[in-house]
Design a protein around this ligand. Structure first.
Ligand code: ADE
Ligand code: ZN
Length: 331
């Protein structure tokens, strides 16, 4: 049985599998530039973040209708359930769709309907985080968030992702707007960018969690700050290897961070692109680093501690990890 987890760093669009890309392309009569699914898969050999992002945004062209967004969300949830996910805080790159002319309402309704249904069908709780795109201007981010706030769907938070270049300062206004609406705040930083970017999103954007944050290790003061403040890192080992942020999974600095008191969680990022969903991430990381049952259970409990659920829901989720661990001890 897969370890019960809270998934805190997964981009909905990063769960768009090649098979679904082709199905949606046919349904929406979108012409794709590849010779087929296998040809598309040969392009998943990335030299770095921007190389990946170029294909990731291009593939989104097949997502056009409310039904498409609902189908994508349902497909992710069905796979996530098999991966042991009991709670998910899902990233949505809203601007990547509104920028192509798909109305915010179409995107948000499709995703929200499917998330609501999954609660009833699978018992998976969920929240939606609008990830603003760092390669676009700050004003565009504020505008996108305003549009999202006008749609009658549940929003959990706001995030920041895409190319980690330039300052995060232009996004301050959007993050302030999010806070004023009671939304949580997270941000990608310290993935390809330096440790100073981690400090910046904490100070300027009020980020409550840092997505990736692996390059915090290049500055002891930043690591100490994360540990002292119990600021969680949502780490994605398979992504970091596939985007050449780290050389190999055996060299992944997970224990170094946990030993120094940082609250680390394991996540998939863009599972359709990086070779695995969160169960694969746990299994492969455990195999590479020799993590035992206790360490895996501690990582799963970290995911619940770092999530934005209520205390009641958190206690339920932690009890599921306790039961999983006890089950393995008895076996
Ligand atoms: N958007 C999707 N995946 C991402 C990643 N790994 N880093 C930044 N932005 C992203
Ligand atoms: Zn990410």
């Amino acid at each position: 049985m897969a370890i019960p987890t809270a998934e805190l760093h997964v981009h909905l669009e990063g769960t768009l599998e090649p098979e679904l890309i082709y199905q949606l392309a046919e349904r929406n009569r979108v012409e794709l530039p590849w010779a087929g699914i296998e040809d598309l898969r040969t392009r998943y050999d990335f030299t770095g973040l921007q190389h990946f992002l170029d294909l990731y945004y291009a593939n989104m062209a097949v997502l056009r209708t409310e039904e498409d967004f609902a189908d994508l969300t349902r497909a992710y949830l069905a796979r996530a359930v098999r991966a042991g996910v009991r709670h998910t805080e899902l990233f949505l790159d809203l601007q990547a769709h509104t920028g192509r002319g798909v109305p915010a309402e179409v995107v948000l309704r499709g995703v929200d309907d499917a998330l609501g249904a999954s609660e009833a069908e699978y018992g998976v709780s969920s929240g939606l985080i609008i990830t603003l795109l760092r390669h676009l201007p700050g004003e565009a981010a504020t505008e996108a968030l305003r549009e999202a706030l006008e749609v009658d769907v549940r929003l959990l938070g706001v995030g920041l992702c895409s190319a980690e270049t330039g300052s995060a300062r232009p996004f301050r206004e959007a993050f302030e707007l999010a806070a004023a609406h009671g939304l949580h705040r997270v941000a990608h930083a310290g993935e390809e960018g330096p440790a100073a970017n981690v400090t910046e999103v904490l100070d300027v954007l009020g980020a409550e969690r840092v997505d990736h944050g692996i390059r915090a290790l290049e500055d002891d003061a930043v690591v100490e700050r994360l540990a002292a403040g119990r600021v969680p890192l949502t780490m994605c080992p398979l992504s970091n290897v596939r985007l050449q942020v780290v050389g190999s999974l055996d060299a992944y600095p997970l224990r170094e961070l946990t030993d120094r008191g940082v609250l680390v969680t394991l996540n998939s990022d863009d599972p359709a692109y990086f070779g695995g969903y969160v169960d694969d991430v746990y299994r492969e990381t455990a195999a590479a680093l020799g993590l035992g049952t206790q360490e895996l259970a501690a990582l799963a409990r970290n995911s619940m501690e770092a999530s934005f659920v209520s205390e009641v829901r958190r206690a339920e989720l932690v009890a599921e990890v306790d039961a999983w661990e006890a089950g393995l001890r008895e076996a």
